[in-house]
Design a protein around this ligand. Structure first.
Ligand code: GDP
Ligand code: ZN
Length: 347
């Protein structure tokens, strides 16, 4: 199998390349990035290239020339991104691109954190990838009753797979779930068993990236890198030791996927501008009263909705400031130009 096929190249990607680029542009996939350098998989093997910082693990890029340079960049169909913790106004940090399946990892050795599950599912849907819930540590599941059933209920139709890296259970099913040309990444809290699962799936054999710096011998495999690892048959795993979870970013889509039933209720409220608090004829409050809607879910939805609204307000303010600045600059330039013309005439 050529290297490119191992890293998820399919006829569909080939067609995208032919559509976007002339025939001299060769497809390659970014396996990992490293400050100004990228490691890419090509038909003829792995290459290390200089590159601008705009590429992330998972990107499809086009190469040209005998000493290849990156000249193309295919549009991304999914994007894992997070906002920087203390600066919600900054551009989101892009973590990875073109992930097809996003494993939402839920460990069975502790009680289920429903809020975290919902929040992660919202973010997962929003990335453009298809979420799949991966239960881990099934060998310890007897410690806490009902976590499996509760997760299935909360996942609301998202596929749930049960695994144990320790006992080897469910690994084949998970492996089988990643089709040819598909890339799986995993998200979950620290200690959830992500690394163990990755090791179990890869047999503990990680890619040797071969790039050892002569001076200090380091750089063989930094544990913080996000890196694609081929699992064989064109299935790819994104090894993401740093991906603990990610904050909401522009997640309306995801919110509707996870809480669609709640948003549907809004249409039945008597008043179209119902705040769903004490208004008469509020469908949300009556669903809570009748037990059809769990109050905890409603509160969880409202919290995320407010968080997004506040994020958007702050983004808008920042955007208006930017536009205001640009406008003032244009006015100033126009005034200067006029000034200049006038002086020119006078002179
Ligand atoms: P990560 O932080 O999500 O990468 O989690 P790790 O893979 O490092 O696992 C955290 C702890 O859980 C480690 O002590 C693992 O040995 C343990 N662990 C992981 N998977 C299993 C499992 O399937 N069964 C049991 N019993 N322990 C596990
Ligand atoms: Zn209402």
């Amino acid at each position: 199998m050529n290297t490119l096929l191992q890293y998820g190249f399919t006829d569909r990607i080939g067609a995208l390349f032919s559509f976007h680029y002339p025939s001299g542009v060769h497809p390659a996939r970014v396996v990992r990035t490293d400050r100004g350098r990228v490691m890419v998989a090509t038909r003829h093997g792995i290459l290390h290239l200089d590159s601008p910082d705009s590429f992330v693990t998972g990107d499809w890029v086009g190469l040209e020339g005998d000493a290849p340079v990156i000249t193309g960049h295919l549009p991304r169909w999914s994007l894992l991104q997070r906002k920087r913790a203390h600066d919600p106004l900054s551009e989101p940090q892009v973590l990875a691109a073109n992930i097809d399946l996003l494993g939402v990892v839920v460990p069975l050795d502790r009680p289920l954190s429903t809020n975290r599950l919902e929040r992660t599912l919202v973010a997962a849907w929003d990335s453009g990838a298809v979420p799949v819930v991966i239960l881990t540590k099934a060998d310890l599941s007897s410690r806490f009753d009902g976590v499996v059933a509760e997760t299935v209920e909360r996942a609301r139709g998202v596929e749930v797979l049960t695994t144990s890296a320790e006992a080897g259970d469910g690994l084949e099913q998970l492996r089988g779930r990643i089709g040819t040309g598909q890339t799986l990444a995993m998200l979950g809290p620290s200690g959830a068993g992500k690394s163990s699962l990755i090791n179990a799936l890869t047999g503990g054999v990680r890619q040797d990236t071969g790039e050892v710096r002569a001076s200090d011998g380091r750089g063989r495999h930094t544990t913080t890198a996000r890196e694609l690892v081929p699992l064989g048959d064109g299935a790819v795993l994104m090894d993401t030791p740093g991906l603990r979870g990610f904050a909401l970013w522009d997640a309306e889509e995801g919110l509707s996927q996870v809480f669609g039933d709640i948003e549907e209720l809004f249409a039945s409220c008597r008043f179209h501008d119902c705040a769903h608090e004490t208004e008469p004829g509020c469908a949300v409050q009556s669903a809570i009263a009748s037990g059809d809607l769990e109050e905890r879910r409603w509160l969880s939805y409202r919290k995320m909705d407010r968080e997004l609204a506040s994020l958007h307000r702050r983004q808008n303010v920042a955007e208006q400031r930017r536009q205001g600045k640009a406008f003032r600059r244009t006015v100033r330039d126009a005034v200067l130009a006029k000034d200049y013309r006038n002086r020119f005439r006078e002179g």
